[in-house]
Ligand binder design. Sequence first.
Ligand code: SF4
Ligand code: SF4
Length: 146
Amino acid sequence: MSFWKEKKLAELTDEQWESLCDGCGKCCLNKLIDDETEELYYTNAACQLLDRQNCQCTHYGTRFIHVPQCTKVTADNISELTWLPESCAYKRLNEGRDLPSWHPLITGSDDAMHAAGMSVQGKVVCESSVRDIEDHIVLWPLKDMD
Ligand code: SF4
Ligand code: SF4
């Protein structure tokens, strides 16, 4: 049963909601907004709590204690979170799209996502090691597939 096709986002159980997250880690990258154009830029500087190998938050249950500015994605705020990557499962479903072919719920594991380059695996540094954040602007988080 593809529950995400049968229910609206607001109707999902907590377990279903959490399972929709692909674990790409792209939302955990620092982002910059141009003051004049308001254009959004992704960087390869990851939150200090992100495990840069498996792309998971190392303190997910207590993350707001460690990183108060971390954002909880919900059915209520998903439309306002315009900074989420185009590939984000929540963003895609909220826009009436389906999950991508590489999504863990489709393939049964994270492997296809990592292999397709749709996660941050192997491409990021810890924010604590960054001197000039503008030197870390990257385009690959903008990539989306099917
Ligand atoms: S971008 Fe979306 S799908 Fe990917 S880890 Fe963040 S919340 Fe989950
Ligand atoms: S606290 Fe965890 S979920 Fe929040 S941005 Fe950092 S790594 Fe991501």
